[in-house]
Write a protein that binds this ligand. Structure first.
Ligand SMILES: C[S@@+](CC[C@H](N)C(=O)[O-])C[C@H]1O[C@@H](n2cnc3c(N)ncnc32)[C@H](O)[C@@H]1O
Length: 270
C-alpha cells in the first residue's frame, strides 16, 4: 500500500481531499442518534433567534443544507465556504428549491497574505451569526459585521472517547485518525478563550453526549475511514473479519455504540 501522508482532520487539506471523495459535506454513514442530541438542539436554538427581518451569516456552510432549511424564517442569509464544489452544489440546490434569499459565496475567511480574518459581509449588517460544526476563527471579524444585539450561535464537535476496540483494527483505521475525531481537548475552554480574546463573553454553553448506534459493520467501516486518502484505506473485505469480531465482542443489543458529543454555545455582541 502507498504511503500517502494522512491529512489532519478538518484542515484545509483534509476538506479538499474530502471534496474529491464525496459530493458535498455530509456524513456518509447510516446510524441512529439518540434524542436530545446537539445537532437537533442547535437547529432548535437557531430557529428561536430568527425573525422575518433577520439577516444571517452562516459560517463554513458546507453545501448549504442549514441555510436552505432556515431561509423561510428570515429575510436573508449570506452563507459562505472556501470549498468551491460545496458552494456550486448549494447554489444548484437553492435553484431547485426556488429559494432566492440565500446568497452562497465561495470565500476563504482566512486571508493568509494579510494574516487576518475577513467575513464576507458589510460592517454592522448581520443580526445572527451561525456556524454548525465549523471553525472558530470567524470570531475575529464578528464585531465588525455585527452590531449591538447580534447573536452568535455555534455547534462544535466535542472530543469523543476512543472506543476500547479501536486498536483491534489496522492503525490507519484507529478512531483518532477518522474525520469524526476532533482531538480538540476541552472545547468549552477553547471557545471561552476565543470569545474573551475577541472581547466577547459567553452567554450560555451546553454539552451533549448521547449514544449513536451502528447496527451494521459496513456503516462502522464508513465512519472509521471517513476522509482518509483512498489509497490509504484497507478494502472492506480485508477488514470485515475484524469488524465482525468487534460486533461479536463489543456490540450491545442494538449494535455498536459510539458517543455523539457536541458543545453548543451562544454569545451576544453588546
Ligand atoms: C465541519 S464542516 C461543516 C459544514 C456545514 N456547516 C455543515 O454543518 O454541514 C466545516 C466547513 O467549514 C469550512 N471552512 C473551514 N475553514 C474555512 C475558511 N477559512 N473559510 C471558509 N470556510 C471554511 C470547510 O470548508 C467546511 O465546509
Amino acid at each position: 500500500m502507498a504511503t500517502t501522508r494522512i491529512p489532519h482532520p478538518h484542515t484545509d487539506e483534509w476538506y479538499d481531499n474530502l471534496a474529491k471523495i464525496q459530493i458535498g459535506y455530509y456524513y456518509p454513514w447510516t446510524s441512529v442518534k439518540s434524542e436530545g442530541n446537539g445537532e437537533d438542539a442547535y437547529m432548535h436554538l437557531v430557529k428561536q433567534h430568527l425573525t422575518p427581518d433577520s439577516i444571517v451569516l452562516d459560517v463554513g456552510c458546507g453545501h448549504g443544507d442549514v441555510a436552505l432549511e432556515l431561509a423561510e424564517l428570515c429575510k436573508k442569509i449570506i452563507a459562505y465556504d472556501r470549498v468551491t464544489s460545496y458552494i456550486e452544489l448549494a447554489k444548484r440546490n437553492a435553484q431547485e428549491k426556488a429559494i432566492e434569499n440565500v446568497e452562497f459565496l465561495c470565500h476563504d475567511a482566512k486571508d493568509l497574505m494579510h494574516e487576518q480574518i475577513t467575513l464576507p459581509a458589510e460592517d454592522n449588517s448581520i443580526d445572527v451569526i451561525i456556524a454548525r460544526r465549523g471553525p472558530l476563527h470567524w470570531l475575529e471579524d464578528a464585531r465588525r459585521v455585527g452590531h449591538p444585539g447580534t447573536v452568535m450561535i455555534q455547534l462544535c464537535p466535542m472530543e469523543e472517547p476512543i472506543p476500547a476496540w479501536s486498536n483491534k483494527l489496522p492503525h490507519v483505521m484507529h478512531y483518532e485518525n477518522c474525520g469524526r475525531y476532533t482531538g480538540a481537548g476541552s472545547i468549552h475552554q477553547s471557545v471561552e478563550n476565543r470569545l474573551n480574546q475577541n472581547g466577547f463573553m459567553l452567554h450560555s454553553g451546553w454539552g451533549f453526549d448521547v449514544p449513536e448506534i451502528f447496527d451494521q459493520p459496513e456503516e462502522l467501516y464508513k465512519v472509521l475511514t471517513w476522509g482518509l486518502p483512498a489509497d490509504e484505506i484497507p478494502a472492506y473485505e480485508d477488514v470485515e473479519h475484524r469488524l465482525l469480531s468487534i460486533f461479536e465482542h463489543h456490540a450491545e443489543a442494538a449494535g455498536i455504540i459510539l458517543r455523539h458529543c457536541r458543545y453548543l454555545w451562544k454569545a451576544n455582541i453588546i
